[in-house]
Design a binder for this molecule. Structure first.
Ligand code: 9YT
Length: 133
């Protein structure tokens, strides 16, 4: 069994900041844990907007703290995010993620992230076999 705490992840290589500092992701479970998904706690900082397109991944996101909204950019639909709200990007939906206050989110990715991924220009993460190429 694997047991980890957010405290031990803070300041370690499992804590990853967005290049634009819009978010920090603390990666509790990663690909090399062999679970088939990765599992993160992410804080999206208040006052930010992030363009995301996980064309290579599925992601489910559950809000436990804070406030914001997600806009699916193909159809312009806006969904408020509050504690207790989950959204799942089952269609690799392009979206804008906005936080009005710091939002604490629990996220699962399939396929699993390897560890140090940050968003590329198009808002995606690479697949594991594209990394370090
Ligand atoms: C909700 C979302 O996708 N935020 C960006 C960071 C991502 N959750 C991650 O890498 O943990």
């Amino acid at each position: 069994m694997i047991v980890r705490t957010i405290e031990e992840i803070r300041g370690s290589e499992r804590e990853v900041f967005a290049e634009n500092r819009n978010w920090v992701s603390r990666r509790l479970v990663l690909a090399d844990d062999g679970m088939g998904f990765s599992f993160h706690e992410t804080v999206i900082f208040g006052g930010t907007e992030t363009e995301i397109w996980y064309k290579n991944h599925y992601e489910a996101v559950y809000c436990i703290e804070g406030e914001g909204e997600v806009e699916t950019t193909d159809d312009g639909k806006i969904f408020p995010i509050r504690p207790g709200t989950m959204y799942a990007l089952n269609r690799h939906d392009r979206h804008l993620l906005r936080a009005t206050r710091d939002m604490r989110l629990v996220c699962a990715f399939n396929p699993a992230l390897v560890g140090n991924e940050v968003h590329r220009e198009d808002g995606s993460y690479p697949l594991p076999d594209e990394i370090n190429k």
